[in-house]
Design a protein around this ligand. Structure first.
Ligand code: CP3
Length: 347
């Protein structure tokens, strides 16, 4: 099996630039909203392997995408650690038992991935079967730092006062938490790889909040531990790993030195600049501003052309948005995007 998406991450020649889109299975698709309704709520959808498979396949059936991504969430791990994840409508994720004391961090138990998180690896198996080698499957996790922000804040946050306060005041506890998360994530990603994931991605949504030194100490160090700890080859396949630090453009060199295969970029950096800085070392993923999808089909095609022409050479580019697709985007515009990437990148 030779997939453009995998080949691009391994910096091999591809027939055209592959594309997938962060949050490609989501609320902008009416069929997703219908399945979520059937499941009852978002978390029940994640915990039902058959329905998780159904929504994973929806964008694959509708668009000419080059990869599928496991339908799940990064917050499954803290949920399995007993924090009680729930989603309140319009407010994003919340925890009923956040880490609000030093003792709660000390007492935090690593979950057994094979038990508490078996619904995730089961979903990977069901999806792998449904895909039937049509396109590769991406497994994923949040970074330890990004998971810690939600666990300490108790949900999303405006200024991250609690988690950054903890980092400055009690760095040893912070490291203890991050280390437990990194070990759990290694088991979690290996479980996904053994169940059929062809590639994995680490989402560090909130790494960009940190300064250079704290980024290296509290975020990148633990992602590097994960990159070192996961199976990079399984059943004769190489399993590429991609790191995404939103707001991480200042530290691309350090990210590329983590040992990862691909670095995903948000839209704040020019692809050719990034390529000059690190492109020979790793593949690049990105990086169209998600808001371009609010513009007309003509404008979308123009912006796609711009991004493609910034990238030098035929190897090592996976097209994507610089962050997730928004719920109010017209699905027809997603089709324009996917088809434009293929049309303008034919070798
Ligand atoms: O990309 C995909 O299609 C795969 C599925 C996926 C989801 N979440 C589904 C989801 C992935 C890869 C994620 C990762 C994730 N989850 C991240 C990292 C990536 C990023 O966006 O920065 C983060 C920070 C989360 C935590 C999370 N989950 C938040 C903040 C929210 C609320 C967001 C919102 O827009 O309301 C979620 C919920 C969530 N995860 C939804 C989906 C499709 C929307 C839930 C719904 O259907 O109501």
């Amino acid at each position: 099996m030779s997939f453009d998406y995998i080949n691009a991450l391994l910096k091999k020649i591809t027939s055209r630039t592959p594309i997938w889109v962060m949050r490609q299975a989501g609320r902008y698709l009416p069929e997703y909203r219908a399945t979520r309704k059937q499941a009852g709520d978002f978390l029940s959808l994640c915990k039902n392997p058959e329905l998780a498979c159904e929504v994973t396949m929806q964008p694959i059936d509708r668009f000419d995408l080059d990869a599928a991504i496991l339908f799940s969430d990064i917050l499954t791990i803290p949920d399995a650690m007993g924090l009680g994840l729930y989603f309140s409508e319009g407010e994003g994720p919340k925890f009923s038992n956040p880490l609000n004391t030093l003792a709660s961090i000390k007492q935090l138990k690593k979950p057994n991935v094979g038990n508490e998180l078996s619904y995730v690896t089961d979903a990977v198996s069901v999806i792998t079967k449904a895909l039937n080698n049509k396109v590769p499957l991406i497994g994923f996790t949040g970074s330890p730092w990004t998971l810690a922000t939600y666990m300490v804040e108790g949900g999303s946050s405006k200024n991250f006062a609690k988690v950054k306060g903890l980092m400055y005041e009690n760095p040893a506890h912070m490291h203890q938490l991050l280390d437990k998360l990194a070990d759990t994530i290694i088991d979690y990603l290996n479980g996904q790889i053994q169940s059929g994931a062809d590639s994995v991605m680490i989402f560090d949504t909130w790494g960009g909040l940190l300064n250079k030194q704290s980024y290296e100490d509290f975020s990148l160090q633990y992602m590097t531990k994960i990159v070192d700890g996961i199976k990079r080859e399984f059943h004769g396949k190489i399993i590429p790993v991609t790191l995404f630090t939103k707001g991480g453009a200042m530290w691309l060199e350090q990210i590329a030195n983590s040992g990862c295969d691909g670095v995903a970029l948000d839209w704040t950096v020019e692809l050719n600049d990034a390529q000059q800085r690190i492109g020979a070392k790793v593949a690049l993923q990105g990086n169209l501003d998600p808001c371009v999808l609010y513009a007309s089909p003509e404008k979308i095609r123009e912006e796609v052309k711009k991004i493609l022409s910034q990238f030098q050479g035929d190897t090592g580019h996976v097209f994507n948005l610089g962050h997730g697709i928004s719920p109010d985007v017209n699905p027809e515009h997603m089709k324009v995007l996917v088809d434009a990437v293929h049309e303008f990148s034919k070798r």
